[in-house]
Design a protein around this ligand. Structure first.
Ligand code: ADP
Ligand code: MG
Length: 372
């Protein structure tokens, strides 16, 4: 192929996706992990995880780098074996003490960082790669349909290098869904893309996932992305499952301080309870379930601090020591007399404060968390 043969288009021009609702549907699988562990010499990468994905559910594995997300995905895919426990797909053990179903026999689709497109195959051949059971004509037909869904059917006979990074991701998605897998596994599928591209691909990918109705386990280290995509989030830390729930549950009812910190920034205070209240620089909050003398940890999101008197909490007065306008909001740095901890407030565009002023602020209760 010569350079002249390549499709020419303006750099960065957007190729639209195909019509929604046209991706082929699958029979979604129920994927279960039962006390699954994976050890590597000193490291316990996955530590006794039990987890069940409902058919058709999109579950995000979320956690910091090195917490075992990829390892858990590889165990489901069949490219690695658990040291202990079982992986079950629709009542069939696919990995366990006495059993191991190889990757290609699991009916599981993969979109992994290290499973890039084959450079020496055309885009259509890449998509048709998983359809070896079909005859050539049917495989070509199915692959073209999937390519059409991601809007790239007119590149069918070109090679992957003519595509941008985002478009290669779309081809990888087409390749993953075309064998109609019962379960789709995706490892940080959007991490290599820049922000603007990512939002678009994320939305379209989610639409495709929902159309195929496949059960999907998707790895990310980005809490915003997980909340955007997931029906449920499995929060991992040090190989362990820390919390499992809807985005709302994890954001608003985190199991512990670290889980809370994973989803947002906080102003934090250690306080001794007096008369069923925790007094902080941001006001005093009722802690009806705590005893006097007990230590509590009070956390307030910067976006939970607003200008003016409170609705449900006391207000507080603060000196505005700095103001930074960052577009969507204004970050204000506050100091409260008698406390040396600097406080960060994230104010909306409509809230005006000026550096050097003393202002009244208050805390929105939905942005207040207290751990005892
Ligand atoms: P994540 O995907 O959450 O970033 P990984 O699952 O890749 O985390 O890794 C979890 C832990 O297991 C890390 O400490 C990593 O170094 C270790 N690990 C992963 N794969 C191997 C391997 N093949 N050999 C030794 N250690 C590994
Ligand atoms: Mg990983």
């Amino acid at each position: 192929m010569t350079v002249v043969d390549q499709p020419t288009r303006p750099q960065g021009a957007k190729v639209p996706w195909g019509p929604r609702g046209t991706a082929a549907a699958t029979f979604a699988g129920r994927l279960s992990f039962e006390h699954v562990s994976r050890r590597f010499k000193q490291t316990v990468a996955v530590d006794d995880i039990s987890l069940e994905l409902e058919p058709g559910e999109t579950l995000c594995l979320l956690g910091p780098s090195g917490c075992g997300k990829t390892t858990l995905l590889r165990l489901a895919a069949g490219v690695d074996r658990p040291t202990e426990g079982r992986v079950v797909l629709d009542d069939e053990e696919i990995a366990g003490p006495g059993k191991f179903v190889p990757a290609e026999k699991r009916g599981i689709g993969l979109m992994f960082q290290d499973f890039a497109l084959f450079p020496h195959l055309t885009i259509l051949q890449n998509v048709a790669f998983g359809l070896r059971k079909l005859d050539r004509a049917s495989a070509r037909h199915e692959a073209l349909l999937a390519l059409k869904r991601v809007g790239l059917d007119h590149y069918a006979d070109d090679y992957p290098h003519v595509l941008s990074g985002g478009e290669q991701q779309r081809v990888a998605l087409a390749r993953a869904i075309v064998p109609r897998p019962a379960v789709l596994l995706m490892d940080e599928p959007f991490s290599g893309l820049d922000q603007r591209l990512r939002d678009d691909i994320r939305a379209e990918t989610l639409a495709v996932l929902k159309e195929t109705r496949a059960t999907c386990m998707l790895v990310t280290h980005d809490p915003q992305e997980a909340m955007w995509l997931a029906d449920r989030i499995a929060l991992m830390r040090d190989g362990k499952l820390m919390q499992l729930g809807t985005p709302d549950e994890l954001y608003n009812h985190p199991v512990d301080i670290d889980a809370a910190r994973f989803f947002s920034d906080f102003n934090e205070f250690d306080v001794i309870v007096k008369a069923k209240r925790a007094a902080t620089p941001l006001g005093s909050f009722a802690v009806p379930d705590c005893d006097d003398g007990q230590k509590v940890h009070v956390m307030v999101r910067p976006q939970g601090i607003v200008v003016g008197k409170g609705r449900k909490t006391d207000g507080f007065e603060a000196y505005v020591s700095g103001v930074r306008f960052v577009g969507d909001c204004t970050i204000a740095f506050l100091s409260v007399e008698g406390y040396d901890t600097p406080i960060t407030a994230r104010l909306t565009g409509a809230e005006k404060v000026r550096q050097g002023q003393v202002e009244k602020f208050s805390v929105l209760p939905e942005h207040l968390l207290i751990f005892s």
